[in-house]
Ligand binder design. Structure first.
Ligand code: PLP
Length: 406
């Protein structure tokens, strides 16, 4: 055990991003010895405390309703553009922040399907995150469409071959997650775009588990639409609004189904009849949560500063170290690795399976070791590259070993 903690200490000491951990609000010293759930809820940054305070006293408290004219009205799009530049590989004017991921996925999926009139099918996969599956089931019911399911490997994810076998002339839309929420499989987005487009269909990519952990190149990959969370690797805080990307070439014709005044051309004219605003603004429905958009800005700035390639290198080093410890300490105890072992196909988290993991996770939480549990028997180790230390990885995996041996 000492040798693993020593290795972890060496890796932390030589980590080029080590100073970034100090930029986060830490609970490591007191109640939490290993936070391994940054892919469900990222830690807050210290900078966000100041930003929220300043917002309270100067923006909201000081400018009051005038804040809308000065800044807030455009905030979803200005923050969207900075996120696009720092982490999405997308030019300005195609990204906006607002709603929950679930609601945005609905709006974007409906708008996308409307661009393929006459086509009757949506392609999705069995192991996508529940909300993605449920809302597409709802849309299929609403529009009388068929769902075609890809049955991919649970410990892996959707491949281009699997997609190729099911897309066709009837496919309007393909919806997949860039990184599978359970296994951590990182799909080949450019390849999936190629296969989707060859069938004349459109691709909606869910970036919840990839944004901020792996480099994304939406423009050059040719992705049509994307949606993602901001409270996971972007540390926007619980319930922080999601983001949506609509490729520039669709913006003139794209119409989403929730017609609200804030996404209308000239909203303050209060005119009769809905006419979508020009550009990405048409994705907005009602008043955006200005409060919810504050904290994510600090992480977006951090990502812009560090660069996604450096973040990805740290992420791979963290998951490689985790896998090494898992092979050494947990596999002999009957634990199975349920994530890709090839770093090129793996995102920022690692999932392991064992029949006792539900009870193990509950006991670990009480001790301040916090991974997350995913039914039926998975522990997910979410390693957030900006804030997780190698020390936390070692403490967490040793704690799982000790619990299994107890
Ligand atoms: C976390 C996550 C969501 C969450 O959606 P909310 O509307 O924020 O609850 C959706 N899809 C995927 C793939 C996720 O990982």
């Amino acid at each position: 055990m000492t040798s693993f903690l020593e290795r972890a200490a060496q890796l932390d000491a030589s980590d080029p991003m080590r100073s970034h951990r100090e930029l986060f609000v830490s609970s490591e010293d007191d109640s939490v010895s290993a936070y391994l759930d940054g892919n469900s809820l990222g830690r807050p940054t210290k900078a966000s405390i100041d930003r929220i305070n300043t917002f309270m006293t100067e923006s909201w408290g000081g400018r009051l309703i005038r804040g809308w004219d000065e800044q807030w009205f455009d905030l979803p799009i200005t923050i969207g553009d900075s996120l696009a530049a720092a982490a999405l590989g997308a030019a300005a004017g195609q990204t906006t922040i607002g709603d929950s991921t679930t609601v945005l996925l609905y709006k974007i999926a409906r708008g996308a399907i409307a661009l393929r009139p006459g086509r009757t099918e949506i392609v999705l996969d069995r192991d996508n995150f529940p909300t993605d599956r449920y809302l597409l089931e709802g849309i299929a019911g609403e529009l009388g469409l068929t769902l075609t399911w890809i049955e991919s490997d649970r410990n892996g994810g959707v491949t281009a071959e699997e997609l190729d076998a099911v897309v066709g002339d009837n496919t309007a839309l393909v919806v997949v997650s860039h990184i599978a929420y359970r296994s951590g499989y990182l799909l080949d987005a450019a390849e999936l775009v190629r296969v989707t487009h060859a069938a004349g269909a459109l691709l909606l990519l869910d970036l919840c588990h990839s944004v901020g952990s792996v480099p994304i190149e939406l423009d050059s990959w040719g992705v049509d639409f994307a949606v993602g969370c901001t409270y996971k690797y972007l540390n926007g805080g619980p319930g922080a609004p999601a983001f949506a990307y609509v490729r520039a070439e669709y913006l003139d014709d794209f119409v989403q189904p929730i017609w609200g005044w804030m996404g209308r051309a000239d909203p303050f004219e209060m005119s009769q009849g809905y006419e979508p605003a020009k550009g990405i603004r048409r994705v907005i429905s009602g008043t955006p949560s200005v409060f919810g958009m504050i904290a994510m800005q600090d992480t977006i700035e951090m990502i812009a500063d560090v660069g996604m390639p450096t973040i990805r290198a740290k992420s791979i080093a963290l998951t490689e170290f985790a896998l090494e410890l898992i092979r050494e300490l947990l596999v002999p105890l009957g634990v199975e690795i349920a994530s890709p072992e090839d770093a090129d196909r793996r995102g920022g988290h690692v999932t392991i399976d064992h029949p006792d993991f539900k009870a193990v996770t509950a006991r670990l939480w009480e001790k301040g070791v916090i991974p997350d549990y995913r039914a039926p028997q998975g522990i997910r180790l979410g390693l957030s590259p900006l804030s997780t230390s190698f020390h936390e990885v070692a403490v967490g995996i040793v704690a799982i070993r000790d619990d299994l041996l107890a």
